[in-house]
Ligand binder design. Structure first.
Ligand SMILES: Nc1ncnc2c1ncn2[C@@H]1O[C@H](COP(=O)(O)OP(=O)(O)O)[C@@H](O)[C@H]1O
Ligand SMILES: [Mg+2]
Length: 341
């Protein structure tokens, strides 16, 4: 479900920047990221490991300090809030689940206690009501015997069940936005599918907006209305999933989709979707961060990082950050030449 065109987005991230220093080097982990999310909309954020996806999410939740930009949530500027102000939003209006549940679950407290905590703080429920709600939440995310399991400790659950507990915690206050950062990466393939299905069904049931983050395009494409492709701390392509699939416009997106002929790579011992290694943010090349892995790069690409511009004929809201002519005809010509080369 996508919000109407006139309504302001629920979450609007503009030109977000977060940098770290590592030794003497500056790491621009998030370099001018912008996206928006409508009520009940599902946004997928995809990119190889190290592309700045997690730091983007932590920055907009106030768990990392951005150095610039704006994060407007429901009419309020989150970057102006102090820690107490952010705590009012985090875990309440915006829920978050991470790759590793053991990082967010406290091993010495029962899952019930941990589920009750946000309900008591944000919803002012008394012990009895909070406990009752905790059991309901565990049942809702598919934990068998929820009334008994509520008194168990995190280590007494399997990986998949712990991830369900995490989801129950994130959903406990019925957030308007759920941020799921690699929620299935640590899980077996069959459990992965179940967890994605659970997130999808909760999204529909609660009418929540969801940001699903993954290094795996397949994971996000199945769920998302729109996607943002990240590379080297920047968004290099964004648009509705069907538009991006129909007309992938940035060479990196084409690589992720496996639609660039892989002649050289196939001669090597390993099959990689995209030759070369994921970006090292301390040693990004000048200009376009992808250019040292891009077979279509020219001298122009070294000059400056291209801004996101509308893809011609790409449907509303489809944009890519590349100096190439990204029309379908140009891509057809380019890939045909590449194949015979
Ligand atoms: N607290 C930190 N201090 C310094 N560098 C960090 C910190 N957190 C992340 N980084 C660096 O920022 C970059 C982006 O990381 P991250 O957002 O975790 O990538 P992704 O989630 O896309 O895999 C990486 O180079 C990572 O090493
Ligand atoms: Mg990450």
């Amino acid at each position: 479900m996508t919000s109407s065109i006139m309504a302001p987005p629920l979450l609007d991230v503009r030109d977000l920047r977060t940098e770290f220093t590592r030794g003497k080097r500056k790491v621009l982990a998030v370099d001018g990221v912008s996206f928006s999310l409508g009520v009940g909309e599902v946004l997928g954020v995809v990119g190889e490991s190290g592309s700045g996806k997690s730091v983007t999410m932590l920055s907009l939740m106030g768990l990392e300090r951005p150095t610039g930009g704006s994060v407007r949530f429901d009419g309020e500027e989150l970057l102006d809030l102090d820690e107490a102000g952010m705590r009012r939003i985090r875990g309440n209006r915006i829920g978050m689940i991470f790759q590793d549940p053991m990082k967010s679950l406290n091993p010495v407290l029962t899952v019930g206690r941990q589920l009750m905590e946000p309900l008591r703080v944000h919803r002012q429920l008394d012990r009895r009501a909070a406990r009752k709600r905790a059991v309901e939440l565990l049942a809702m995310v598919g934990i068998p015997g929820a009334a008994l399991r509520v008194d168990d400790y995190p280590h007494q659950f399997s990986g998949g069940m712990r991830q369900r507990v995490m989801i129950a915690m994130a959903l406990s206050c019925e957030p308007a936005v759920l941020i799921a950062d690699e929620p299935t990466t640590a899980l077996d393939v069959t459990v992965q599918a179940q967890i994605l299905e659970l997130i999808g069904s909760m999204q529909r049931e609660l009418g929540m907006a969801v940001i699903i983050v993954s290094h795996d395009l397949g994971v996000v494409a199945g769920m998302a209305d729109r996607i943002c492709v990240m590379y080297g701390g920047r968004v290099v392509e964004s648009g509705r999933v069907e538009d991006v699939y129909a007309l992938p416009s940035h060479p990196y997106t084409r690589g992720l989709l496996g639609s660039i002929p892989r002649v050289e790579v196939e001669r090597g011992s390993r099959l990689e979707a995209i030759p070369g290694s994921p970006p090292d943010l301390t040693r990004l090349p000048s200009g376009c961060a992808f250019r040292d892995r891009c077979r279509f790069a020219t001298g122009t690409c070294a000059l400056e990082a291209p801004p996101l511009v509308d893809v011609p004929g790409g449907g509303g809201g489809h944009s890519a950050a590349c100096v190439l002519d990204v029309t379908p005809e140009a891509w057809r010509a380019r890939t045909t030449t590449a194949e015979v080369a």
